[in-house]
Design a protein around this ligand. Structure first.
Ligand SMILES: Nc1ncnc2c1ncn2[C@@H]1O[C@H](COP(=O)(O)OP(=O)(O)OP(=O)(O)O)[C@@H](O)[C@H]1O
Ligand SMILES: [Mg+2]
Length: 268
């Protein structure tokens, strides 16, 4: 476990809840996330992991509860305001410009972060710096050689890498990754996992990672929280959470049960 020098959580949800009709997708989730900590969020399909992210980033308005960013209540703020305050969610590709080259898309994100979109003079004066920063983001996700291709022509894996490059361009304080390697080929996966590992070394950053692959969870998590039916079921040290019988039996599947502290099985 890491020591937490800063007692104020970077991000906190208090009683965060959303109902869809009669269905409570996220149910009174109270949880605090600190700088320098990577928290993996696990749980079965439909547990509410993505919905929890959608609430935090502002894509969905909560039915009840609060979201605090460095102690400030941001519960009702729109996505743009939360992004400006440092909440970084990988962009959906639908919000990119599919016919523009890869580099242009990242450049626009760098520019947006610098709030220079409407100031023509500063755009020109910093044109080279913006381009270099965009190239650096592409380099970190190993997309440099695709920089001149239109986004629409990228493979699924490369599009996901581009999402991460754009996230980097926005320089968030809170990184939210929702199954970042889903759909990637085996040789693409390490690029993203190494990058997340690198981000996690920066003790000013807070990382939330939704991940189904337990080997990834084991290698990256400082802490694991478990969601089930929208409810926070477990929260703590990775080894303890993974070994807990409730997680072993109900949420991680039998393939994981044998690896650590296998529970006693009564044969009858
Ligand atoms: N906009 C919506 N309208 C109605 N129901 C929704 C909406 N978004 C999510 N849900 C429901 O909320 C529940 C939680 O879904 P969510 O996508 O958050 O699960 P998840 O934990 O991310 O699952 P997975 O591991 O499959 O990605 C599901 O029952 C889902 O059908
Ligand atoms: Mg999901």
């Amino acid at each position: 476990m890491r020591a937490h020098a800063n007692p104020t959580p970077a991000l906190e949800t208090r009683g965060l809840t959303i109902r869809f009709g009669g269905h409570v997708a996220v149910n009174a989730v109270s949880c605090a996330f600190r700088p320098g900590e990577l928290t993996c969020i696990v749980g079965p399909n439909g547990a509410g992991k993505t919905t929890y992210f959608n609430l935090i980033s502002g894509q969905l308005p909560p039915t009840a509860g609060q979201i605090l960013l460095n102690g400030e209540d941001v519960t009702r703020m729109p996505v743009s305001a939360k992004t400006r305050r440092g909440i970084g969610r990988a962009f959906q590709l639908t919000s990119l410009f599919p016919n523009l080259p890869v580099l242009e898309n990242v450049r626009l994100a760098v520019q947006a972060h610098q709030h220079r979109g409407l100031d023509l003079f500063s755009v020109w004066s910093s044109h080279r710096a913006i381009r270099e920063e965009a190239l650096a983001c592409l380099e970190r996700v190993a997309l440099t050689d695709k920089r001149n291709q239109p986004v629409a022509s990228l493979s699924h894996g490369d599009q996901r890498k581009l999402e991460v490059a754009i996230l980097l361009a926005l320089k968030p304080r809170i990184f939210m990754f929702d199954e970042p390697t889903a759909g990637m080929s085996v040789d693409e996966v390490p690029v993203i996992l190494d990058l997340i590992h690198e981000i996690k070394q920066d003790t000013s950053k807070t990382v939330l990672l939704v991940e189904h692959k337990m080997d990834v969870v084991r290698s990256l998590a400082d802490r694991i929280i478990v969601l089930h039916n929208g409810t926070l079921m477990a929260d703590g040290d990775p080894a303890e959470v993974i070994a807990s019988p409730i997680v072993q039996q109900a949420y991680l599947g039998t393939a994981e049960v044998v690896t650590e502290a296998a529970p006693e099985v009564a044969h009858g």
